[in-house]
Every structure is written in C-alpha cells, then in structure tokens.
Design a protein around this ligand. Structure first.
Ligand code: NAI
Length: 452
C-alpha cells in the first residue's frame, strides 16, 4: 500500500490540473489514468477538433479567396495528412502534460483505478498490482457520449458506419454524405469541418433551433452561414432509425431518409462513473453524475468530484476552475465555484462566443434588460478581412443598474475576445466606455456596443 495525501482518479483537464495544483500546494499526489493523459479534451475533443478545423479553414481560404485578389489552382485536401497533423499536435500536448506532472513530482499511474472504499489509511484505490491510500480523493473520470436506443444506431457504431466525436476525429477517409444526429456543439463543429472540405452534410436536430442555449439571433446567423456552405438542416425532427442508407427521421408525421455513407451521433454526453467502485463510497448521485457543492465536495467528506463527472457544465475551462476550487478547499484556502459567468464558444466558422445572460434568461430571472445589437462591420478590421460578413455583437444591459449582463458574438476571432467581455459582466457601462481598445481590431465592436 502506497500512502499519499491526494489521489486523483482521471487525467483529463480536471484531473491533471487538480494534481498539479495539489502538488504545488505541497501535497503528495498520485494520478491514476487508464489511457493517455489529457482526457477527452486533448485526445478526442477540444484540441484535435481545432486542428481539423484549422486545416479546413486553410483549404477554404485557398479555394475561395478570389475576392481578396488571391487565387490558387488545384487546391487539394489530404485527409490523411490532416489527421497526421492532428496526431502530432495531440502527442506533443499529451507529453507536455506528462512533463508538467513529472516536474511537480506527481506520480502518474497508467492503470484503471478501482475505489475499494475508506479504511483507516484513507481512501483506498487499486490500480493494477498496486494499492494506494489517500487522505483526499478527487474524482475526475469525465464523460462519455450518450448513445440513445435508436434502432440500428448501436449496430452502426459496431460496423463503423456511425461515429462519435472520437472516431470522427481520427477517420482518414472522407465520406461523400454525412448525416449528423444532434445540432449541438459537437454536431456543429464537426459539420463545419466536413462541410468546408466538401462533404454533403445534413444535420437532424429535434429542437427547432441549432446550438442549444445560444442566443436566438446568433443561432440564426450561424445557421445562415452553414446553409451558404450547403449544409442542410432538419429541425424539429425525431430520428427514428439508422440504416445502411443513412438516418431515418420523422418530419410532419412522415418518415424520411437523410441519405448518408457515414453518420455522426452527437446528442450529448453523460458523466462517466461506471466500473470504478464508486458505489463503495456511498456517493450521492444524480443519474450518472456525482452530486457536488460549491466547493466541489461530494456528500462524503474528503471526496471531491471535478469536471464532467459532476455533470454541471461539461466544458474543459469549467473543469480547470473546479479543480482549483477543490484543491483550494483541501489546502484550506478560501475559494468557491461561481457558475454564473462561464464563457462558451462554438468553434464553427464563423465562431460563436457568449458569456452571461441572453435576453430570455435575463427576463426569466426577472431582470429589466435592453438588448443592443451591433454589426461586426462597424469594426474596420472585420470589413477588411471578411467577405459577405454578417457577424454581430449582442450586448444585454441591465437597465436598472446600467451594467452589462451578457455579451454574445458571432464572427472571426470571437473566441479570443470573449474573456474580455467576461470581465465586463456586472460592470457599469460608464466605466467600460473609458476602456481604450486597440485599433483596428474586431473586438472594437464591443466598444461600439457600449455606446449604443
Ligand atoms: P449538446 O448537448 O451540445 O447537443 C446535443 C444536441 O442533440 C441538442 O441540440 C439536442 O437537442 C440534440 N438531440 C438530442 N437527442 C436527439 C435526437 N434523438 N435526435 C436529434 N437531436 C437530438 O451535446 P454534444 O454536441 O454532443 O456535446 C457534448 C458536450 O461536449 C456538451 O456538453 C458540450 O458542452 C461539450 N463540448 C463543448 C465544446 C465547446 O465548448 N466548444 C465542443 C464540443 C463539445
């Protein structure tokens, strides 16, 4: 039995950052991860998808920049090389995480961890041939895709005809026609890639809008941009089956087929809590997720759950912050998790980035608000760089306090500006108007909105 202060189960963004922060705080730490370090984010999520999307953007620009005075002949996309580049980026970052953990003297164990329960030595976890005991246990086992019981879907997955994000990010052959089940973040980001590289894409979404909680008008602009790239949408449609020909769905009471030679299933993710002995702890659960409080404590003193496993907000950047809050609690430092101002980004082309309230969420909370809408074309740099640009900035202002409560953007670079907007939340417009923005930048659209 190896005794440590902290055992971390899972080496994704939540787990590796928790391990790093705990080690920085002087704790002895063991991190148990059965696969590569970096979790979904690094291996089959955030980072690989950005590598693919960048290749698609380069391809699109090379083919379609005549309006900017640039033309090229015989532009080709080599999907094998796209994947090879992605693999190189992933490998470099995964080994970077390993090096960072080593530098902080975190013991990384590449095994499946199984929680045996609490003994006099602490929380005991078996991993391979060894057993570890820790005073604290940080659970960070992440999430897995939801696979619904749609007839033919599971068989399709087994045959390789149906993909989740994982398979889609490693596939070396492009399909001719792709059907995407789910018009949420993963469905949209992957559809963006496939449409840009010339695949015929149909998105089937059961709601009447894409991009879930995204501000309505931003979601419409996004949809318009997809349609320009030839993507077809079947909104408000129920998927009834998957066959070798594609996806069956119901539209106005009629069963139709979205023809496809590959299907992507992206209807959400759920916390991953199976086969790791969590039942031995007596944790309070909410379906598959572990229930946590504002310190990321579970109902079992000494056990914390950070990242997707708690099912709150399944985003890597939320996970980072949760990891810090949990470790600060262990270290006795005052800190708590605030979920009210978490930015979200959809890395489509154009990008969508939001923070804070939309008009609807503000009104549902009884806030008196006004909504400001400014075209991105107010920003000179945007005009210079984007053809047919229809990007917008929507700012939601509390009219009682004259403070910013939400910022929603669609356009180029918006993922890089949103943290600036995040810092404006709750601040008086009068103060923010005095901020000097660099010129010319696309971000100036936010300054413009402050004067509307
Ligand atoms: P999601 O929850 O974002 O979207 C799922 C979509 O599928 C929803 O619009 C839902 O209405 C629809 N849907 C559900 N059942 C359906 C059915 N039977 N037929 C048709 N449509 C159906 O989930 P997604 O896209 O799978 O992403 C999973 C998680 O990963 C999310 O929590 C997301 O936050 C995270 N993620 C975040 C990214 C980012 O921040 N850029 C990128 C990728 C994933």
């Amino acid at each position: 039995m190896i005794k440590v202060d902290v055992i971390v189960l899972g080496g994704g963004p939540a787990g590796y950052l928790a391990a790093e922060r705990a080690a920085q705080g002087g704790k002895s730490v063991v991190l148990i991860e059965k696969r590569a370090l970096g979790g979904t984010c690094l291996n089959e999520g955030c980072i690989p998808s950005k590598a693919l999307l960048n290749s698609a953007k380069l391809y699109e620009h090379a083919k379609d920049s005549a309006a900017f005075g640039v033309t090229a002949e015989q532009v080709q996309l080599d999907q094998k090389q796209v994947i090879a580049h992605k693999n190189k980026v992933v490998q470099a970052l995964v080994s970077g995480v390993g090096a960072m953990l080593k530098a902080y003297k975190v013991q990384v164990v590449q095994e499946t961890g199984y929680v045996e329960g609490k003994t006099a030595d602490g929380f005991t976890v078996r991993a391979g041939e060894e057993r570890y005991a820790g005073e604290y246990l940080i659970l960070a086992s992440g999430s897995v895709p939801v696979i619904p019981g749609i007839p033919g879907l599971k068989e399709g997955l087994e045959k390789g005809f149906v993909m989740t994000n994982k398979e889609a990010l490693s596939r070396e052959e492009l399909p001719e026609k792709l059907a995407v089940i789910g018009g949420g973040v993963i469905g949209l980001e992957m559809a963006s890639y496939y449409a840009m590289v010339g695949v015929e894409v149909t998105i089937i979404e059961m709601l009447d809008k894409i991009a879930g909680p995204t501000e309505k008008e931003i979601s419409s602009v996004l949809m318009r941009n997809y349609k320009r790239k030839g993507v077809q949408f079947k909104l408000g449609c129920k998927v009834t089956g998957v066959t070798d020909q594609g996806v069956l769905y119901e539209e106005n009471g009629e069963e139709k087929l979205a023809e496809a030679d590959a299907v992507l299933c992206a209807i959400g993710r759920r916390a991953y809590t199976e086969n790791m002995g969590l039942e031995n702890l007596g944790l309070e659960m909410n379906r598959s997720a572990v229930v946590t409080d504002e310190y990321l404590r579970t109902n079992v003193p000494g056990v914390y759950a950070v990242g997707d496993i708690n099912g709150k907000i399944m985003l890597a950047h939320t996970a980072y912050r949760e990891a810090e809050v949990a470790v600060n609690h262990i270290l006795g430092k005052e800190d708590r998790m605030d979920y009210s101002v978490i930015p979200s980004v959809i890395y489509t082309n154009p990008e969508v980035a939001s923070v804070g309230e939309t008009e609807e969420t503000a009104k549902s909370k009884g806030l008196q608000v006004r909504s400001i809408k400014v075209s991105m074309n107010y920003a000179g740099r945007y005009m210079a760089e984007v053809e047919r640009g229809d990007g917008i900035c929507k700012m939601i202002v509390n009219t009682e306090t004259n403070t910013v409560v939400g910022v929603h953007l669609i356009g180029s670079y918006t993922s890089e500006m949103i943290y600036g907007a995040e810092m404006m939340i709750g601040k008086p417009i009068g103060d923010l108007q005095k901020l000097v923005f660099p010129h010319p930048t696309v971000g100036e659209v936010i300054r413009e909105a402050l004067f509307f």
